[in-house]
Design a protein around this ligand. Structure first.
Ligand code: PEP
Ligand code: MG
Length: 317
């Protein structure tokens, strides 16, 4: 039975009418890769590199980062790896970096904003990544908390320069869509990046103006709120105009109903906690894309998150 279960987990997330969704795992360390693969992951859709900086008293240097990215690529053995550059600030504070205190850290210097102000953080990371890419494997780089096109321009320029210095191969460059501005201007961003990955945890927080950690508001911070779904749809449509693909790596990707809805909205890749993979794959394999598209259209037309949730029949669609 166990062997059959393993075999089922290894099947692709292909709907009954033949549409395949890529399934990635959110994994931060090379030693977690085998577990993710045994759950049915086809790659790593989000490596949160701020974890390399946490639970220690200093910042990892270029060499140490290089070893880690290399080990991730080796553990994945040719499967895709999307590394997100440092997303520090907001809910991810790193005491030893001694960054200034902010009144509103979620609206402050976090993610790409911090990287662009601190080349001492950005450059060793990019050098480590391009050095790892030189050794082979399917690496992509993704930038967090992108708000404006100027940030993308500056980050691309840094990548181009470092890649040329190292004589490294080009790697796909993507952005996280987690600020509503990026979703609204997705058609413009799509000219300048290779892919999008929607961070629904932050996108929900910023669209609904609800602190993602607020204990009293957690129930209202629903990533299936129709306003969030509309932002996701805008992202998919904007990306499609320039032939770019869209993934989701926020928590809702690991919810079977959420995964079904996102697929109906045109999301091509879902990346989640490894443990969530088998149920998501089962749900998608029990569905027809055409039915999921109908479901998505109905969800977009809902007035509230509760109404969207009520569309969940709990199984095949
Ligand atoms: C997100 O915001 O949805 C996301 C995936 O990033 P994080 O949870 O690390 O902020
Ligand atoms: Mg985020």
């Amino acid at each position: 039975r166990k062997a059959r279960e393993e075999e089922r987990r290894g099947l692709p997330a292909r709907t009954r009418d033949g549409h395949t969704v890529e399934i990635g795992a959110n994994v931060n360390r090379p030693d977690q890769v085998p577990v993710a693969l045994s759950q049915g992951a086809e790659g790593v859709g989000l490596m949160r590199t701020e974890f390399l900086f946490l639970e220690r008293s200093d910042a990892p240097g270029e060499e140490e980062q290089y070893e880690t990215y290399r080990a991730m690529l080796e553990a994945l053995d040719g499967r895709p790896l999307i590394v997100r550059t440092l997303d520090i600030g907001g809910d991810k504070q790193v005491p030893h970096l001694q960054l200034p205190q902010e009144e509103n850290p979620f609206l402050g210097v976090r993610g790409a904003r911090l990287l662009l102000r601190q080349p001492d953080l950005l450059e060793p990371q990019l050098r480590a990544l391009y050095r790892a890419a030189k050794q082979g494997g399917a690496l992509s780089i993704m930038f967090p908390m992108i708000t404006s096109l100027r940030e993308v321009e500056a980050l691309r320029a840094a990548c181009d320069r470092i890649r040329a210095e190292l004589d490294a191969p080009a790697v796909p460059l993507g952005i996280m869509v987690e600020v509503p501005a990026a979703a609204v201007q997705a058609d413009m961003f799509a000219r300048h990046v290779d892919f999008f990955s929607i961070g629904t945890n932050d996108l929900t927080q910023y669209a609904l103006a609800i602190d993602r950690q607020h204990p009293d508001l957690a129930a209202e911070a629903d990533s299936l709120h129709p306003a969030v779904l509309r932002l996701i749809r805008m992202t998919v449509e904007g990306a499609a105009r320039h032939g770019r693909w869209v993934g989701v790596c926020g928590g809702i990707a690991g919810d079977p109903f959420g995964a079904a809805l996102l697929t109906g909205l045109g999301v091509r890749e879902l990346s989640m906690t490894p443990h969530d993979i088998p149920a998501v794959k089962d749900r998608l394999r029990d569905s027809d894309l055409s039915a999921l598209q109908d479901l998505a259209a109905r969800a977009i037309a809902c007035e509230t998150a509760d109404a969207v949730r009520a569309l969940d029949g709990g199984g095949a669609s």
